[in-house]
Ligand binder design. Structure first.
Ligand code: GDP
Ligand code: IMO
Ligand code: MG
Length: 424
């Protein structure tokens, strides 16, 4: 295997990236998050205890992994410290292994405030996590944002406050009226300072010395700022190529790209979702799959597996394989469905995913139906041990989506897995 492997969401996020990053981390020296911030919620289990990683890379539970946050990340310092404390309370030390890019954008108290304001004023809210992700990336693009390097330097920090007071309407009033929040925020800089540095250069150097690096994505392909159904997207580059940009890497050095998917689909927040089940079937999936956000607790919208969307994700990312989770949730159904194409009132049959939300809102999925299976499958550890109908469904996903399944998740714990082909 080469030195860089990318692991990302192939759908709308919450596919179970955390579980696989944690599983694979055993084979890696570094696990680095390359975009997003504490909008992410990656579920891990430590000796049966659930832990949700929002900003810390999902390799945290492996004591020898270096944990890095790269330039493309937006970082909430106070929440990061709380998360470190939560993981360290389990008896796993995080601090000595942490590296924070001096280029990463800082989510200040101002940014969640702006996020909440724009969501509450909007006629059609995006349904963001309200963590300040969009406003932080926006300020970075406007070149008025605060980066980690400046945040940990008291003089640069104050220069940033002065600049914001001068240039940004409403900032000064907010700054003056939220004194305690800003004090906590600036105090966190002192604590984080020892870990801030040229994380990208150190990561590349480690890889040159033979270390294995897992680049962990957050959110999912269909939430990508450019390639998702804009504006119902997150504000970062969630696709595989984003890893090379965030790390500052010759993209040809990425040796493997794996996508994480679910055997059905979920989405949190607004935006088109062609295979959504707004009926008892959808309720059933939500209840059985425990589809409630790991970050916001919001109920996730549920629907059938969409091969049109997966073909799009495959084309954009070039997956070497897909890790498909939650096959166990589908046990008990009489039939299971896959959308193989869409029908549009004026454009007719669509084989290709139209990222344009107005088109996507108007389509009706064209389904193929397959027989379901009744057996619980959590204890299955090989493809052959699965009910024949489940095997048929997996082969149908490969055939209709043009993907290769690398492994299947049959339960929430890392051991609930079946490898189908040589993984990573
Ligand atoms: P992430 O954001 O992609 O890391 O995913 P989340 O942690 O937000 O959501 C995935 C949820 O599904 C978590 O509660 C996981 O524990 C759970 N999960 C992951 N894989 C499986 C699986 O194969 N079967 C079941 N039943 N649950 C799973
Ligand atoms: P993980 O990494 C699922 C969604 C939000 C909203 C949109 C924009 O756990 O898979 P944002 O706060 O990013 O500006 O919200 O993106 N969203 C996610 N959905 N999983 C996530 O992360 C998400 N992070 C953001 O619900 O629709
Ligand atoms: Mg999640």
């Amino acid at each position: 295997m080469g030195n860089y492997t990318v692991l990302i969401g192939a759908q709308w996020g919450d596919e179970g990236k955390g579980k696989w990053a944690d599983t694979l981390a055993a084979q890696f020296d570094w696990v680095a998050r390359y975009q997003g911030g504490n909008n992410a919620g990656h579920t891990l289990y430590y000796h049966g205890k659930k832990v949700v990683a929002h900003q810390i890379p999902s390799g945290a539970l492996h004591p020898t992994c270096t944990l890095a946050l790269l330039s493309g990340v937006v970082l909430n310092p106070v929440q990061l410290l709380a998360e470190i404390a939560e993981i360290e309370a389990l008896g796993v030390s995080v601090r000595p292994r942490l590296l924070l890019s001096d280029k990463a954008a800082v989510i200040t108290p101002w940014h969640p405030y702006l996020d909440q304001l724009s969501e509450s004023k909007a006629e059609t809210p995006i349904g963001t996590t309200r963590k300040g992700i969009g406003p932080t990336y926006a300020d970075q693009s406007l070149r008025i944002g605060l980066r980690m390097g400046a945040y940990i330097d008291p003089q640069a920090q104050q220069a940033w406050v002065r600049k914001m007071c001068q240039q940004v309407e409403g900032f000064e009033a907010f700054y003056r009226s939220h004194e305690a929040e800003w004090a906590t925020f600036f105090a966190a800089a002192k604590e984080l300072a020892p870990w801030v540095g040229p994380a990208e250069a150190l990561c590349r150097e480690a890889a040159r010395a033979g270390k294995q690096v897992l680049l962990e994505g957050a959110q999912g392909t269909l939430l990508d700022l450019a390639h998702g159904s804009y504006p119902f997207v997150t504000s970062s580059c969630t696709v595989a190529a984003g890893a090379a940009v965030s790390l500052g890497l010759d993209p040809r050095k990425i040796s493997k790209i794996y996508g994480i998917g679910k055997a059905y689909l979920t989405r949190v927040g607004s935006g088109p979702f062609p295979t959504e089940l707004e009926d008892a079937q959808g309720e059933w999936l939500r209840a059985k799959g425990q589809e409630f956000g790991a970050t916001t607790g919001r109920p996730r919208r549920c629907g059938w597996f969409d091969a049109v969307a997966m073909r799009y994700a495959q084309e954009i990312n070039g997956f070497d394989g897909i890790y498909l989770n939650k096959l166990d949730i589908l046990s008990g159904l009489d039939e299971v469905k896959i959308a193989i194409a869409y029908s549009h009132p004026t454009l007719g049959r669509l084989e290709n995913y139209p990222a344009d939300p107005t088109i996507l809102e108007a389509v009706t999925p064209i389904y193929e139906s397959y027989p379901g299976w009744k057996e619980a499958i959590e204890t299955c550890r090989s493809f052959e041990a699965l009910p024949l109908a489940a095997q048929g469904f997996l082969r149908a996903i490969e055939r209709t989506s043009g993907v290769r399944l690398a492994a299947i998740g049959v339960g929430p714990q890392p051991e609930h897995r079946i490898y189908l082909s040589e993984a990573v």
